[in-house]
Design a protein around this ligand. Structure first.
Ligand code: DAH
Length: 342
């Protein structure tokens, strides 16, 4: 029995000296002393060899040893969790999370959405068409037959493989596509990207964006056109002044261009308005009767108005962006300035 007592004494020393600074070391201690095949179980198993008269005395000693090892386990556990970082050597739960930056909408998307939503409130629906277009929808159907001089105004990209196809030069092509398959009343706006073979500079680009509008019904007049555009300017720019100038487009008769008073200098004159106080924002007019006839819409009964404007120009007036190239350079310093806008 002395041998057993000596052994317990040795184990006690071992327990006292045991140090655990990680969860793994704590677990090693638990398995060694308190596990199902651990030292405490083995020592308690020795009871069956103890003579009856000594059983009570040994029982107390063995039980005290059990309590001693258990208390040590609790102490080790506490000291590890107090020393937080060592609970797990792999993950530090107290570190702040990685920031997830919220994206921002592109300024052209912001302005296009605003433009579309203004016209939606007047009952216009959104229509879209393909960017790769055929000659008919981009030119001929719009009263621009082959060899028409106005074709030269829009330097066109033709598809190398098949020159019958081109990159649309304006969203007016969507007008043609809608009139082809829809009967009046038609009331649509067509936002989209267009392409022209221009040298890229601060003031010109080979692709840009337009919003086209078309309204065809009985008794649509030039007064309706003006009122619609007045409403648009009021919603978009507040109290900017508006003026119409006679112009020419093959698909409208009469045609006009609309200017607003410069939002940058308030009409006093600056580089944006070339010191005139006015900035042109769109072309418009009454849909040419020939165009209606092209699509089997009776021009005796129906009239319509149309307009087309550049999104970049509106964006320039709203956000003072003075270089068209900024829109497509993906410079994060430029794009970040529109955080929070919708
Ligand atoms: N398509 C013309 C352009 O790109 C803009 C335009 C002018 C559209 C008059 C129209 C319109 O619908 O009626 O320059």
């Amino acid at each position: 029995m002395d041998e057993l007592l000596q052994q317990i004494e040795n184990y006690k020393q071992e327990v006292t000296a045991y140090n655990a600074s990680t969860q793994d070391e704590l677990e090693t201690y638990r398995i060694k002393f308190l596990g199902t095949k651990g030292i405490v179980k083995t020592v308690l198993g020795e009871m069956k060899n103890v003579p009856n008269e000594s059983k009570k005395e040994f029982g107390l000693i063995l039980n005290a040893f059990k309590v001693f090892t258990e208390e040590k386990f609790e102490q080790l556990k506490e000291s590890i969790s107090a020393n937080g970082q060592q609970v797990s050597s792999k993950i530090d739960w107290s570190l702040p999370g990685d920031p997830v930056p919220a994206g921002t909408r592109h300024p052209l998307s912001i302005v296009r959405n605003q433009m579309v939503s203004i016209f939606k409130r007047l009952g216009f629906a959104v229509a879209e068409g393909p960017e790769i277009e055929d000659d008919w929808h981009n030119f001929t159907a719009l009263n621009l037959p082959e060899n028409h001089p106005a074709r030269d105004m829009q330097d066109t990209f033709y598809l190398h493989q098949n020159p019958d196809y081109l990159l649309r030069t304006h969203t007016s092509s969507v007008q043609a596509r809608i009139m082809e398959k829809q009967k009046p009343p038609i009331r649509i706006v067509c936002p989209g990207r267009v392409y022209r073979n221009e040298t890229i500079s601060a003031r010109a680009h080979c692709f840009f964006h337009q919003v086209e509008g078309l309204y065809v019904d009985e008794n649509v007049s030039f007064a309706d056109l003006k009122q619609t555009l007045y409403f648009f300017v009021k919603e978009m720019f507040g109290d900017a002044k508006v003026r119409f100038r006679p112009s020419y487009f093959p698909f409208t008769e009469p045609s006009a261009e609309m200017d607003i008073s410069c939002t940058v200098c308030g009409g006093k004159g600056c580089s944006l308005c070339k010191h005139t106080g006015w900035v042109e924002i769109l072309g418009c007019g009454m849909v040419h009767p020939k165009m209606l006839d092209n699509f089997g819409i009776d021009s005796e009964n129906y009239t319509g108005f149309a307009f087309g404007m550049g999104v970049e120009r509106i964006c320039q007036l709203k956000f003072r962006v003075n270089d068209l190239r900024l829109y497509s350079q993906n410079d994060i310093r430029f794009l970040r300035q529109f955080t929070g806008a919708v």
